[in-house]
Ligand binder design. Sequence first.
Ligand SMILES: Cc1cc2nc3c(=O)[nH]c(=O)nc-3n(C[C@H](O)[C@H](O)[C@H](O)COP(=O)(O)OP(=O)(O)OC[C@H]3O[C@@H](n4cnc5c(N)ncnc54)[C@H](O)[C@@H]3O)c2cc1C
Length: 392
Amino acid sequence: MPSALPPPSSPPEMDVCIHGAGPVGACLALALSRHGLSVGLVDPRRSPAPAREDLRAYALSPSSVQLLQQLKVWEALPSEARTSVQAMRVQGDSGGRLEFAGAQQGLNELAWIVDAGALERVLAEALRYAPHVQSLGQAAPAGLQAICEGRESATRADLGVKWLRQPYQHTAVAARLIGDQPHDGMAHQWFQQPGVLGLLPFDRPKSGSSWALVWSLPEELARLHLEEDPASFEAALEDATAGAVGRLQLASDRAAWPLVSARAEPVCGEGWVLLGDAAHAMHPLAGQGLNVGLGDVACLAPLLARSHREQPWRSLGDARTLRAYARSRAWPTQSMTTLVDGLWQLFSRPEAPFKELRNQGMSLVNQFSPLKHWLARQAMDDRATQPNRNPR
Ligand SMILES: Cc1cc2nc3c(=O)[nH]c(=O)nc-3n(C[C@H](O)[C@H](O)[C@H](O)COP(=O)(O)OP(=O)(O)OC[C@H]3O[C@@H](n4cnc5c(N)ncnc54)[C@H](O)[C@@H]3O)c2cc1C
């Protein structure tokens, strides 16, 4: 993939050049365009349709949904490509149980489950009509280079940025399933030995009784489940869920992602900035990676717009503006990464004291409303945990 940055001395051809048209890069382009900034979006794929449908379904927090609404893409999603989660049940490996309900938190829903492929399509469509956005085959000189290339970013490596990476030696297996019982808007998660299994309520392909599966497993076991025939895979799922949601039938291929926890150091410098998975990657057990990436967009876009409006003589790549972004995002990113990694460490230890601690802990939290409320808030709104919501 092309990753060359234009020489810093080249005269800018636009305000911001965004590298990567994944969900974070696409949302940043739309947000900046709405503020009247000129944007180039480097998308080396630029083909009309991806070769393979993305089987992920994103659990999006209310803050992420709010951003998509502001960008006018939320309403464009087909209704069966976004399913609301009314409640969530988490089960431990020895009787521990935790339940959250939107109504308890004073909300209509806890989250929305959104089809990754459908989101990609509506974002691409919105970009086609967005003013001030041009699609580029390679990077162009700009006031700011915004790197949104995902976990394997080549431009981040070219910039010499450290990528502090901790592989989990686990693989996430994703697929779509149809159940023989209604999902009732309930998300399920099982922390087991040796994996974490998540079933997200979904309305594709069958309204009211489909599920998006995310199953994190040790690499070798994941490989076996990816290669086995559909009937054996369905039997393994029924075993792992103890039949709690009825019979499950595969309704798609199976896809796999290696899992890591990682963060870039630093996330900005003179003339460049990192956002989304290019800046931080986390285990999908809490469904937070994209939410944190959209939090980056919601923070950076207004900062750049304000700088452009109030100090038009100052370059958008000015290190002081970018440091304000980095400071503002440090706490929500670090706290979420630590929370997710801590959960992972607690639930991956096979020793008896850890098993007792996590299962009793879950049941205890379940009975203690304020702590449960706090935990739910962390998962629902990463911007709510941000100490400085109006960075300067
Ligand atoms: C199984 C699984 C389940 C998940 N579930 C959730 C969930 O429920 N909720 C949630 O919030 N998050 C979830 N995530 C995390 C989420 O997928 C990521 O956080 C999100 O995709 C990050 O978006 P991004 O745009 O930063 O990066 P990406 O989605 O990786 O997009 C990067 C883009 O940059 C392009 N690119 C790469 N290199 C270059 C280059 N050199 N030049 C130009 N372009 C380039 C790529 O082609 C791609 O289009 C999940 C992840 C996995 C693996």
